[in-house]
Write a protein that binds this ligand. Structure first.
Ligand code: HEC
Length: 157
């Protein structure tokens, strides 16, 4: 009984250890949402490669589009906690205009659903058009809510 209690306490301590608490947690929040965005970006880039290279993988386009739609479900919670300091390109306005942010995310989800439909129909021109709309939906959120390249955390400081 006591042994199990001590084991639980030790495990708790291990999990809680990382030095300055808030900082470590904030970094993880940033890391998580950036990986989520990169996953979305990866699916987008995969679709672009299929379309551009005319690869015989048209059926994959619908799958990637559906995976973007699925990933969009994770975006609101990933951005729920305000962490706008550190190695991030998130603009603080996200948290004063969360309704708008969530709405733009829903628009991306809709655009990816439209791409999935177009891909299932198989008309390359419709697919290309749906791709463009999906691409625009990324920009509609990045424009107000992501720091421009010159201000990006990725730039050497
Ligand atoms: C609802 C808003 C929103 C939508 C829609 C959105 N993004 Fe983002 N995206 C962001 C924000 C905010 C960041 C910055 C996150 C950070 O640095 O903490 C970001 C960052 C990124 C990054 C860089 C991640 C990194 O490594 O720093 C990529 C890649 C990306 N988005 C791709 C996409 C693609 C592709 C789409 C469209 C299919 C898209 N995003 C749609 C808000 C959005």
């Amino acid at each position: 009984m006591l042994g199990r209690f001590l084991a639980a306490v030790t495990l708790g301590a291990l999990i809680a250890v990382p030095g300055s608490h808030a900082r470590a947690n904030g970094d993880s929040v940033i890391e998580y949402r950036q990986h989520l965005m990169r996953a979305i970006g990866g699916h987008m880039a995969a679709v672009a490669a299929v379309v551009k290279g005319r690869l015989p993988l048209t059926e994959h386009i619908a799958e990637h589009a559906e995976l973007i739609e699925k990933a969009a479900e994770l975006v609101p919670a990933a951005f729920e906690e305000q962490v706008s300091d550190g190695l991030t390109d998130a603009q603080p306005e996200i948290w004063s205009k969360m309704d708008e942010f969530v709405e733009l995310n829903a628009e991306m989800a809709q655009a990816s659903a439209a791409l999935a439909n177009a891909a299932e129909e198989g008309d390359m021109r419709d697919i290309a058009m749906a791709m463009q709309s999906l691409g625009k939906s990324c920009g509609s959120c990045h424009q107000p809510f992501r720091k421009p390249k010159e201000e990006s955390y990725k730039q050497p400081r």
